[in-house]
Design a protein around this ligand. Sequence first.
Ligand SMILES: C[S@@+](CC[C@H](N)C(=O)[O-])C[C@H]1O[C@@H](n2cnc3c(N)ncnc32)[C@H](O)[C@@H]1O
Length: 326
Amino acid sequence: MIDSASELTRLFRILSDATRLRVLRLLWREELTVNELSEITQLAQPRISNHLKILREENLIVERRSGSLRPYRVDHKGLDPAASALWPSLEEAWRDDPQFAADDKRLTKVLAARVSDVGAGYFDQLARRWDDIRNDLFGDALGREVLRAFVPPNLTIADVGTGTGYMLHLFAGRFEKFIAIDNSEAMLAVAREKAKAAVLRNVEFRLADVETAPPLKPREANIITIVQVLHHLHDPAVVIANLANGLQRNGSLIISDFVEHDQQWLRTEFHHRWSGFTKKQITAWAKAAQLSLASWSVLPGRAYTPTPGNKVLIPDCFTAVLTHQS
Ligand SMILES: C[S@@+](CC[C@H](N)C(=O)[O-])C[C@H]1O[C@@H](n2cnc3c(N)ncnc32)[C@H](O)[C@@H]1O
C-alpha cells in the first residue's frame, strides 16, 4: 500500500528545485520532448535532460517512443492519488506567477507550431500507410455508416435467408424495422446474438421456409433482400413470385447471387442446387411475378485457393434490383 504522507514528502522534495517544478508542471499539461521543453523554458537541453532523468527515476514521468522522438509526460496512472488530488490546489496557488504564465504562453506557441509543421507534407507522407492506419482505427465501420446514410429512414426491410445476419449488421440500424428470415434455427441464433451485442432493437426474427409459404404478409416490406440464397432453392421462380407479394408498390426486391458458371466445387462443397443464373432467367422470373429488372450489376469473380494446391474460381456475382412493373 502506498504511504501517502511519505509520498507527498517525496514529491515536495523533488519539486524543491524551481526548474524541475517548471518542467513537471509543463508535463502535467502536455506530452513534450526535450527540445520543446527547452524552447518553452528557454533553458539549455542538457539541463532539461538532467531534470527529466530525475523525474523519471522518481517514477513521476514516463517516456514514449514515437519514431525518432521521445516525448515525456506525467505518469498519471502511477502517481499517488494524494499527489494527484493536491495538484489542482497547487495550480491555483501558482495562477499569478509571471514565470509560469510566460511558460504557458510559449507552450501554446510550441503546440501550434507542432500542428503547422506537419501541415503541408503531412498527407504526402501518409499516403502509402493510410489504408493500414484507417483500417486499424475503424475497420470498415465508418464506410458502413456512410453507406447506411444512403438508405431513407422509416422503411421496413426483410432479408430472406438472413443466415448469421450479414445484412442485418449492415442495415438494421438504419431501417425502421428489419425482418430477418431463415429456415435454420441455428443460423437465426447466431444472428440474434449479434443483434443483441449490437443493441439492435428493431429486428424481428422469423423462422420460416420460403419454399413452403410466403414468409411476408402482403406489402409488408419496402425492400426485400435475398443474398446468396437463390442457388439453394428448388424453385426460385415461385419464391420470387411469393416475395413480390410481400413488397410495397414502390418497393424493391434485391437479389444477389452467382452469374451462371461451371464451378462444380460449389455443388459438392456448399450444396448449391443451381450453378448460378443468367440475366435472361432472372428477367423472365421477374416478369412472371409482375416485376421488372430495374438494374443488374456484376461483382467480378476471382481465383480462390481453399486448400494448398487446390485452385478454383469464385464466379462473378450479380446484384439485380426488381421493382413492380409500371
Ligand atoms: C449461403 S447462406 C447466406 C446467408 C446470408 N444471406 C449471407 O449472405 O451471409 C444461405 C442461407 O439461406 C437459408 N436458407 C436456405 N434455404 C432456405 C429456405 N428455403 N427458406 C429460408 N431460408 C433458407 C440458409 O439457412 C442460410 O442461412
